[in-house]
Design a protein around this ligand. Structure first.
Ligand SMILES: [Fe+2]
Length: 403
C-alpha cells in the first residue's frame, strides 16, 4: 500500500512508528511545523508549571456555558450556501483531475476565494474563541465518499494541516464500529467501537468530524468548555484542579511505541502552554489512563491513587453538568479545538445490515500558533515531532484506498 494516500484504518499493520518516525524528507513548505505523529510524547519536565502558577480564574470567549449556545444555533451553526457548495465542489473536481497527491493538498493548492474569509473566521473562533463550529449541508450523498473526502480535506486545509491519527500514518480516520471489544481498552481505540466515549480530547490541535451515515440510535455528541469546567472546579474543588496539574498521570501508548520508548508517558492533565500565550490547556482521555493496569499490576508504574480516581470522576461529572449537546446529521461537519474543549459521544446502535453503519470521517489538524497546545513541550522538539505520516509524490489513486 502506497504511503501518503488516504488509508483505511481497518488494514492490519504493525503498531509501530518504525524507522520512518523521523521523516526528514518531509517538505517544509507543506508541513511548516514538521510532520507530527499522533503518538503520545513525554513533556520536558522542567517546563511544566506547578499549581501555584495556574490562574484562579480564566476569562474570555473560551469560557462558555451551555445556555449561552443551546438555543442560539445562529451563533455556532453555518449552513453551506449553494454558492459555497459550488465553489467547494469545483475545487475538489479540479484537485482530483490534477493528479496531485492528496498529502500535498494545502490551502495554496485548493483555492476557495469566496469561502476563504468565512474559513478564516471559523479558524479564529475554533482556536481562540469558543472552540467549536458546526457546518451543515455538506452534500455527501450527492458527491459520494471520494469527492466528499477531497472537499473535506480541502476545507480542513483552511484551518490547519493534517497529521496522522495512528502509528500507521493515516490522515483520514474512519470512525466506525468495527466490532472491536471496548472492554479491551489497553489495545482498542474506542472510536472503532460503538461504546460510550467519556469526555476527552484527541491528540491534535483541531479535530473535524464529517457525518457520512448516522446510527439507528445514539452516537450523539457532547462538548464542554474546559475553561468553564476549570473555573467551576477552582471554586468547588480546587483540590481536584491541583491533582490534575500534577505530573502524576500515565497515558497509555496502546502499543504505538517506537523502539526504545516506554509503553506509556507521564504528564499533567491541565498544563500551561509553555510558550506563546501561556493559556491553560487540557490533555485528557480516561481510556488512555485507565488502560494501564497491565503495567501497574506488574509494578512497573504506580496504580491510580484514590485521589486520582476521584479527580477523574469529578472531571467527567462536571463536564456532564456543563455540556452542550448536539446531534450530527448526515452532511454535518463539526470542528473542535482539542486545547480547550472536551468532547464525548453517547453509546449507539447501528441499523441492521445491509443498511450502512454509522460512519464519520475524522481529520486531525495541526495549527502552528497553537504550539504548546496538545503538543506538550517536547525535548529536542523538531526531531520528536516528525514521523507518522509519510509523504508520497506519486499520483493519488481514485477511488481512495480504504473505501
Ligand atoms: Fe475524540
Amino acid at each position: 500500500m502506497a504511503p501518503g494516500v488516504l488509508l483505511d484504518d481497518r488494514a492490519d499493520a504493525p503498531h509501530t512508528l518504525s524507522a520512518k518516525r523521523f521523516n526528514t524528507d518531509a517538505p517544509k513548505d507543506l508541513f511548516p511545523d514538521g510532520i507530527r505523529t499522533s503518538g503520545q510524547h513525554p513533556p520536558t519536565y522542567e517546563k511544566l508549571r506547578s499549581y501555584e502558577d495556574f490562574p484562579k480564574e480564566i476569562t474570555g470567549p473560551t469560557v462558555w456555558k451551555p445556555e449561552d449556545y443551546q438555543n442560539s444555533p445562529e451563533r455556532w451553526v453555518h449552513w453551506f450556501t449553494e454558492e459555497e457548495k459550488e465553489e467547494l465542489g469545483a475545487a475538489a473536481d479540479v484537485y482530483m483531475k490534477s493528479g496531485a497527491p492528496l498529502t500535498g493538498l494545502t490551502k495554496g493548492s485548493f483555492p476557495l476565494p469566496k469561502m476563504s474569509r468565512l474559513m478564516d473566521e471559523i479558524r479564529e473562533d475554533v482556536i481562540d474563541g469558543k472552540g467549536f463550529v458546526l457546518m451543515k449541508g455538506f452534500p455527501v450523498e450527492q458527491w459520494g465518499v471520494d469527492k466528499s473526502a477531497v472537499a473535506y480535506i480541502g476545507l480542513g486545509s483552511y484551518l490547519g494541516y493534517f497529521v496522522s491519527q495512528n502509528g500507521k500514518g493515516h490522515i483520514l480516520g474512519h470512525v466506525q464500529d468495527l466490532g472491536d471489544d471496548p472492554t479491551q481498552i489497553h489495545r482498542v481505540r474506542i472510536y472503532r467501537t460503538n461504546a460510550r466515549q467519556f469526555f476527552h480530547a484527541d491528540t491534535s490541535d483541531v479535530v473535524g468530524l464529517l457525518c457520512i451515515h448516522r446510527a439507528m440510535e445514539g452516537g450523539e455528541s457532547d462538548i464542554a468548555s474546559v475553561h468553564h469546567v476549570y473555573n467551576t472546579l477552582q471554586r468547588e474543588r480546587p483540590d481536584v484542579i491541583k491533582t490534575l496539574t500534577e505530573p502524576i498521570w500515565y497515558f497509555d501508548r496502546k502499543g504505538e511505541v517506537s523502539k526504545g520508548e516506554d509503553e506509556w508517558i507521564r504528564t499533567q492533565i491541565l498544563y500551561i502552554e509553555p510558550d506563546g500565550k501561556g493559556r491553560v490547556y487540557c490533555k485528557w482521555d480516561p481510556y488512555f489512563v485507565r488502560s494501564l493496569t497491565r503495567f501497574s499490576d506488574a509494578g512497573k508504574i504506580p496504580p491510580l491513587s484514590p485521589k486520582q480516581t476521584d479527580a477523574l470522576q469529578v472531571l467527567e461529572d462536571t463536564c456532564m453538568r456543563l455540556k452542550l449537546h448536539m446531534v450530527l446529521e448526515v452532511g454535518d461537519i463539526q470542528w473542535l479545538t482539542n486545547a480547550h474543549v472536551l468532547h464525548s459521544r453517547t453509546e449507539y446502535k447501528d441499523h441492521a445490515p445491509p443498511a450502512p453503519r454509522r460512519h464519520l470521517m475524522r481529520l486531525w489538524l495541526s495549527t502552528p500558533e497553537s504550539e504548546g497546545g496538545w503538543h506538550l513541550p517536547f525535548p529536542d522538539s523538531d526531531e520528536k515531532r516528525r514521523g507518522g505520516v509519510q509523504v508520497d509524490n506519486t499520483p493519488p489513486k481514485y477511488p481512495l484506498q480504504g473505501e
